[in-house]
Design a binder for this molecule. Structure first.
Ligand SMILES: C[S@@+](CC[C@H](N)C(=O)[O-])C[C@H]1O[C@@H](n2cnc3c(N)ncnc32)[C@H](O)[C@@H]1O
Length: 296
């Protein structure tokens, strides 16, 4: 991460969502509310406006599409479908009684914003690196719901448990759904293990933990290209922690968790993209939902 700049990859995910929501054949995948929140965020910074310009200018947007094909074919639509998979699991957990949702490394994702508007009884907390959190605060300054809390923290310097303890809105007795989407792969494995341990101990009210993970670049289970690895290194956000889907159950057991479900690219495609069966789609990153086997 660069200390003084909002996350480049967070902008890239947001740009992918807006791109998907702007194309005739995929716009039904992004709700008008989500699209409007995404545009508000992009419109609130120089980098965001640059990303919007890239999408709206025909020459630049053709360049973006070519870059996507070279680095990670079908990644923009993957961002949208993985967000749908996560939202479905979070909403199901709210029905089961979750009263608090914490998004770790939320970037410019809009789910917490949407949930906090839908459910005023829900506490929605986002944690992100200070530069990214500040940018998002600015974007939502005029219309952030009172139950949405954006908290700046550098998780490479502050333990997740300490960060949560500093958030007045965080209630350690409530059943809580934690999200960590598109983040763990940027941490080294000891930091990843610390996140799992902190989540287990965060609340006495029960935990659901939803995260995404990727296999290594050399895996037959990803269609990421070697160019992507070099590109992420250049951005200062290199990939560190990778895992195969087949190793998830053992990994979770070692962290004191049990698996609820894994939603991989094939599942996402079947569930959300049956109308678009021949569209290029990123296979690699998958969504995992799990619960601690015992309270911390
Ligand atoms: C690829 S983006 C994903 C954003 C969002 N979760 C999504 O999927 O749309 C990675 C996010 O992790 C955050 N992040 C990376 N390193 C961090 C750190 N040391 N402390 C806090 N957040 C960090 C970045 O700021 C960025 O928002």
């Amino acid at each position: 991460m660069q200390d003084n700049k909002a996350s480049h990859t967070a902008y890239t995910v947001l740009q992918g969502v807006v791109h998907t929501g702007s194309q005739k054949h995929t716009n039904w995948l992004v709700s008008p509310e989500k699209m409007s929140a995404c545009l508000d965020i992009l419109d609130s910074s120089d980098e965001g406006r640059k990303r919007l310009h890239q999408l709206r200018n025909p020459v630049l947007s053709t360049g973006l599409k070519m870059m996507q094909r070279l680095l990670l074919p079908g990644i923009a639509i993957h961002y949208v479908t993985r967000k749908k998979a996560i939202e479905d699991i979070v909403r199901a957990d709210i029905v089961r009684g979750a009263r608090q949702v914490v998004n770790i490394g939320a970037g410019f994702d809009t789910l917490m914003y949407e949930l906090s508007r839908d459910r005023t009884d829900l506490t929605c907390i986002e944690l992100d690196h200070p530069a990214t959190a500040a940018q998002k605060r600015q974007a939502f300054a005029a219309h952030a719901p009172a139950n949405l809390h954006l908290h700046p923290v550098d998780l490479s310097k502050t333990e997740l448990s300490d960060a949560l303890a500093q958030i007045p809105a965080f209630d350690p007795t409530l059943r809580t759904c934690f999200i960590c989407e598109g983040v763990l792969m940027y941490l080294d494995s000891s930091d990843v293990e610390r996140v799992f341990s902190a989540v287990t101990q965060a609340t006495s009210g029960g935990v659901q933990f939803i995260f995404t993970a990727i296999p290594s670049m050399d895996s037959p289970n990803t269609n990421a290209t070697w160019l992507l690895k070099r590109y992420l290194h250049r951005l200062g956000e290199p990939l560190c922690w990778t895992i195969e889907k087949s190793d998830i159950t053992d990994f979770l057991a070692a962290q004191g968790y049990e698996l609820d479900q894994v939603v991989d690219g094939h599942d996402m495609r079947r569930k959300y993209l049956s109308r678009l069966s021949d569209t290029p789609f990123h296979l690699g990153e998958f969504v995992v939902s799990c619960t601690p086997t015992q309270k911390g």
